[in-house]
Design a protein around this ligand. Structure first.
Ligand SMILES: [Zn+2]
Length: 147
């Protein structure tokens, strides 16, 4: 059983598991078929949809894939490499469709990073999960990528 990057949004205890994350107090969070875990507590939210919707995600992905932000992504990677260490932990807060997260995972593979992205948009995380790998949580949704 692997320890998650995140803690339980109900009680704050560490979460661990593979397809279901659980804390010692038996709060459980299943990994979706898309590869992310929803840690957004339904009783804390009055909205059914959070964050960007599918059309917004597709539009942003199309823009990002054209490479306009590639120099920014590379600059962040260069900064990460300067302080890289084996097993380092990297959290992409507001990861969206994991355009940065998946690139960092690929480029930092030699360091076996514990890398996770967090976002409140299910549509973005579903898209991000398709980029390869697992994506991971917080008080929201996450694609989990560990090791
Ligand atoms: Zn708990």
């Amino acid at each position: 059983m692997s320890t998650s990057f995140f803690c339980c949004p109900v009680c704050g205890e560490p979460l661990a598991g593979e397809n279901t994350l659980a804390c010692r107090n038996h709060h459980t969070f299943d990994k979706s078929k898309y590869g992310y875990v929803n840690l957004l507590l339904s009783n804390q939210s009055s909205k059914k949809r959070h964050g960007d919707d599918k059309v917004m995600v597709q539009s942003r992905s199309a823009f990002l894939e054209k490479g306009y932000y590639a120099p920014i992504r590379q600059a962040v990677l260069d900064a990460l490499i300067q302080c890289a260490a084996t097993g380092m932990r990297v959290l992409d807060a507001g990861c969206g469709e994991c355009w940065y997260t998946s690139y960092f995972a690929q480029e930092l593979a030699a360091f076996s990073p514990n890398l996770a992205g967090v976002d409140i948009s299910k549509d973005a995380l579903r898209h991000g999960a398709k980029r390869g790998g697992d994506a991971a949580d917080s008080q929201a949704l996450y694609p989990e990528r560990q090791r």
